[in-house]
Design a protein around this ligand. Structure first.
Ligand code: ASP
Length: 468
């Protein structure tokens, strides 16, 4: 007999079936033993009767989280026993045969509730148990549905999903890089990508025209509440487009996704309102304003776009730096100012950010595709010619080889899922997140490496650092 999913028991009343899963809870009433069995699809109450002696005896020994295979008869529950709160509350499985596929030590915490009372360290050390709970199962499954929707939507619009390297080169892109020492080239380092920004632009140089990727981004930033050292973006780039086309594409994709996967949610305003950075700062004193009319309504989604950001801002030291992305193009009417390096503080970029309920859900821009314009950006930031060549020579070369005008955007998938699933932080929608202070307490990472590995990499740890 082939195993079926618990959710399909609805259509099997009166039949004998095989199901398998985890013991959610067991209630032993002596004669009658009730076991709630859970699989990835649902949960059902089963009963072991003394008349099936072997199964009854086996049922008396089992405990929570044991893994069972059951052959049983699917019965309709009598009217007064129906549990309206459960999907399969009107069904019961009478156990005929019970096979223990694996035993389990007593779990360190309750799994049948939502787990919000358990401290985070304990949850993360035992993440495989934590993930068994219904709330997290749903979060991960909905995350999959959302990603699948985006993939299909973009594929239908002729985007190609293309992977870009994880081992790349350290460049000043805004955040601090994670670096990987090279064994073959001792003393040299790869960097993990802060985003696929340069590669996706090089794919435009390569004539791919429409690219996307569900991309891991890695940034070695100081830990702050809800940040993760690695996070996921829906990253995309398109050739021959203007600002409005990228914004329209993303807006349509988000609206259709919400309609299909979250029909209970209401988008406050369609088309999404567009605010200039100046308006937002003046009116809301924020570049990610929360425009919800009713902040108590968990099903209200207030998207808005922010545009017309200043291209450059002054650093603490008084130098110019980019506000978002050095690869952005200025607004077309401000190109002259960039090229002449005039009124630098007034240059606005083609950047657009998408904001949802007060969170930055994504951002992008139309890029400079002419080498001389990109060079100007770095010159304004005070980079010497040699440094520009060293760090970005490959981009300048590509831009001198027939790169089309292009632009793109990246959506922060973790944050989007957090809001859609009404979760308080992104760790609830990531399968294996790090703690707030960037550790994986389950794997015990980061961790030491052996002397042998260090020797191969040509690395030595300074004693004073190790003792910190
Ligand atoms: N790479 C940018 C970021 O991670 C997004 C973009 O401009 O497409 O913020």
């Amino acid at each position: 007999m082939e195993r079926i999913y618990i959710k399909d028991l609805k259509n099997k009343i009166g039949e004998e079936v095989k199901i398998a899963g985890w013991v959610d809870v067991r209630r032993d009433h002596g004669k009658l033993i009730f076991i709630d069995l859970r699989d990835m699809s649902s949960k059902v109450q089963m009963v072991a009767l003394p008349s099936h002696k072997e199964a009854h005896e086996a049922a008396s020994k089992i405990r929570s989280e044991w893994v069972l295979e059951i052959i049983g008869q699917v019965n309709k529950r009598p009217e007064k026993m129906i549990n309206k709160n459960e999907e399969l509350g009107d069904v019961e499985v009478e156990i005929k045969e019970l096979k223990v596929l694996n035993e389990a030590v007593t779990p360190v915490f309750e799994i049948s509730n939502d787990g919000r009372e358990v401290n985070e360290e304990t949850r993360l050390v035992n993440r495989y148990l934590d993930l068994r709970r219904n709330r997290l199962q749903k979060n991960l499954r909905m995350r999959h549905e959302v990603i699948k929707f985006f993939r299909n939507y973009l594929s239908d619009k002729n985007f190609a999903e293309i992977e870009t390297p994880l081992l790349t080169k350290s460049t000043p892109e805004g955040a601090r890089d994670f670096v990987v020492p090279s064994r073959l080239y001792n003393g040299k380092f790869y960097a993990l990508p802060q985003s696929p920004q340069q590669y996706k632009q090089l794919l435009m140089a390569a004539g791919m025209e429409k690219y996307f990727q569900i991309a891991k981004c890695l940034r070695d930033e100081d830990t702050r509440g809800d940040r993760q050292p690695e996070f996921t973006q829906l990253d995309l780039e398109m050739s021959f487009v203007e600002q409005k086309e990228v914004m329209n594409l993303i807006e349509e994709m988000l609206i259709l996704m919400v309609k299909k996967l979250y029909p209970q949610k209401k988008i406050q305003q369609i088309p999404f309102p567009v605010l200039t950075h100046k308006e937002a700062m003046e009116k809301y004193n924020s570049d990610k304003p929360d425009l919800r009319e009713d902040k108590n309504n968990p099903n209200l989604l207030a998207f808005c776009w922010l545009v017309d950001f200043p291209f450059f801002e002054k650093t603490d030291k008084g130098d110019w730096t980019f506000t978002h992305n050095p690869f952005s193009a200025p607004k077309p009417e401000h190109t002259k100012m960039l090229m002449k390096k005039e009124n630098i503080g007034e240059i606005l970029t083609t950047q657009y950010d998408i904001v949802l309920n007060g969170f930055e859900a994504g951002g992008g821009s139309i890029r400079n595709h002419k080498p001389e314009a990109l060079e100007k950006v770095f010159e304004i930031m005070g980079f010497e010619k040699e440094k520009i060549r060293q760090d970005f020579g490959h981009m300048l070369k590509a831009f001198s080889s027939g790169t089309p005008p292009h632009g793109g955007i990246a959506l922060g998938l973790d944050r989007l899922m957090m809001i859609l699933q009404n979760e308080p932080n992104i760790r609830e929608v990531i399968a294996f997140p790090k703690t707030g202070d960037a550790r994986d307490p389950m794997m015990d990472s980061p961790s030491d490496i052996s002397q042998e590995q260090m020797a191969e990499l040509g690395i030595q740890i300074k004693k004073e650092n190790k003792d910190k």
